[in-house]
Design a protein around this ligand. Structure first.
Ligand SMILES: NC(=O)c1ccc[n+]([C@@H]2O[C@H](COP(=O)([O-])OP(=O)(O)OC[C@H]3O[C@@H](n4cnc5c(N)ncnc54)[C@H](OP(=O)(O)O)[C@@H]3O)[C@@H](O)[C@H]2O)c1
Length: 501
């Protein structure tokens, strides 16, 4: 008998999937946020149902306790299905709702997977992530949702390489389905009632879950959409991008805000823009280094302390930016990493990577858009990573954060609200303290690109309004290699990084 755990089993696709597995005689573990007494379906009983609110950061521990109480030491299949949606302009998405979405859709599945590793390994089991066909689409009305699902894809991709031979990893991409999710975000019934039923989608998902294929788009139309989104992403962006409403300002003093500008690539970028006579504000958590860099940059430069992992700190920084000139260029550069085998790394450390690299960048950008601190025609620059193209076994959560950031950037690019330009940068190994700290092997450090060269590529790419920048010939070659032969690229990453950990 298979032991199967499904999150978000109280409604929609999760409930329909649970019903299928119950008919097959599986031992079910159903996770939901609602109290058991409120659930009318006979499927739910105290022996099967674990109440855990995935919006809570300790949800994985609640589930772990429940499993221990029920003496469940091995699990054959975990389906991370719970998710929440949101529709609207990214600048209208409230900070608390953004945090909740990234917690439920991304951080909870990461935390639960981490907690359940041993139980999955004991069973030689499988972990499946319910992503979405929109994860690779630059849909401006679902910016944070797209980022959460793209990050989940990136995480699962690298985890699959790490766990090969021990626990299978699969990513499912359903498309629009007739479930309560649409009602919850305020879509009219006349629209979502036309979508396929949860039962038919769950039946297809169950068939896919029996296969070993890593990525499965659910249904023919979604296979086509996903195929297009992967093979001709630029064409889709061209089709989807609304025309900019107005060109850039003529009389505004250029003012560049660089997050994580106290060190590494951020500091080099700040210096590069300052060399062009642009005013700089550095946002960083490191007071001493931040102050030292602005002293180097001279008059007009400013430093604002921010801890991007704390929304209240981001809000304070946004308010402080109110006394600076309007922003012409925002460089979302701040990032940390956490390198090691996923199941061995401390969970808190990995979730901080998501909080700083992804949640913080999204919170800052959305608040600046909402406060109209970014001028019409402004430039946004996002420092993603080459890992978007080649995967990053040994830093699966870092990889998630950078995939999510690149996906968010694309949704901003297609959003009329941004009314600016977006450049996403995919640096490869760079000679910074960051790389030194997280690399398993620093013997070839001199081969890494100097941060000043990355800064030049950022500046020139942004000036030329390029959508994507790959600093250096090596990064370009690897990105092409990763796109044409993703499995080979992952294998190369595994042997050069993961196997040396
Ligand atoms: N519907 C679509 O068009 C569509 C398309 C592509 C992908 N997906 C994905 O498919 C998955 C299932 O969605 P669905 O369409 O079946 O939506 P749904 O009917 O709203 O089901 C979502 C499930 O997640 C649960 N959930 C939400 N927040 C939670 C929390 N904080 N803690 C625990 N459980 C929580 C919900 O609980 P409650 O019942 O208490 O709300 C519900 O059981 C999601 O990951 C979604 O992103 C859906």
């Amino acid at each position: 008998m298979q032991t199967i755990l499904i999150t978000g089993a109280t409604s929609g696709i999760g409930l329909a999937l649970a019903q299928i597995y119950q008919q097959q005689g599986a031992r079910l573990i159903l996770i939901g946020r609602r109290p058991l007494e409120t659930l009318s379906d006979p499927l739910f009983s105290s022996d099967v149902y674990c109440q855990a609110d995935l919006a809570q950061p300790d949800c994985h521990l609640t589930i772990d306790r429940w499993l221990a109480e029920h003496q469940l030491e091995a699990i054959d299949l975990v389906v991370h299905n719970a998710g929440i949606g949101w529709v609207g302009g990214t600048d209208e998405h409230a900070p608390a709702d953004i945090s909740e979405m990234l917690q439920v859709n991304l951080k909870a599945p990461i935390a639960i997977t981490h907690q359940l590793f041993k139980r999955l390994e004991r069973a030689g089991g499988k972990v499946a992530f319910v992503s979405s066909v929109v994860s690779q689409l630059p849909l401006s009305k679902f910016g944070v949702y797209v980022a959460s699902k793209a990050a989940l894809d990136g995480f699962a991709r690298s985890l699959a390489v790490e766990w090969r031979g021990r626990v299978q990893v699969q990513i499912l991409h359903p498309g629009a389905t007739n479930t309560a999710m649409h009602e919850k975000v305020g879509t009219e019934e006349a629209v979502y009632s036309k979508y396929p039923s949860a039962e038919s989608v769950a039946a297809k998902m169950e068939r896919s879950l029996r296969r070993n294929k890593r990525h499965v788009a659910i249904g023919f139309a979604n296979k086509m959409i996903r195929g297009l989104s992967l093979t001709v992403p630029n064409l889709l962006e061209k089709v989807m991008r609304p025309k900019p409403a107005a060109s850039g300002p003529n009389q505004v003093t250029p003012h560049v805000v660089v997050t994580g500008g106290a060190d590494g690539i951020g500091a080099a970028v700040a210096k590069r823009y300052a060399a062009e006579g642009q005013q700089i504000t550095i946002l960083d958590v490191d007071d001493a280094r931040g102050e030292a860099i602005i002293a180097e940059l001279g008059d007009g430069a400013a430093f604002i302390n921010v801890d991007l992992s704390r929304p209240e700190s981001v809000e304070k920084a946004v308010q402080e930016l109110g006394s600076r000139p309007v922003i012409t260029t925002l460089v979302n550069n701040a990032g940390i990493s956490s390198a090691g085998k996923f199941e061995e790394l401390p969970l808190d450390q990995m979730l901080s990577v998501i909080d700083i690299n992804l949640v913080g960048a999204i919170q800052l950008t959305t608040r600046l858009l909402a406060e109209k601190r970014l001028v019409v025609g402004h430039q946004q620059v996002y420092l993603s990573s080459l890992s978007k193209y080649v995967g990053y076994p040994g830093a699966a959560v870092y990889s998630a954060s950078k995939d999510g950031l690149a996906a968010f950037a694309r949704t901003i690019q297609t959003a009329a609200i941004a009314d600016g330009r977006v450049t996403t940068v995919f640096p490869g190994p760079t000679r910074t303290a960051h790389a030194r700290r997280y690399s398993p092997d620093n013997s070839r450090e001199e081969k890494r690109m100097p941060p000043e060269a990355v800064a030049d590529a950022v500046f020139e790419g942004a000036q030329a309004k390029r959508r994507f920048v790959f600093p250096g010939a090596g990064a370009k070659v690897f990105a092409i290699f990763g796109r044409l032969a993703p499995r080979l690229a992952e294998r190369a990453m595994k042997s050069t990084i993961y196997d040396k950990l």
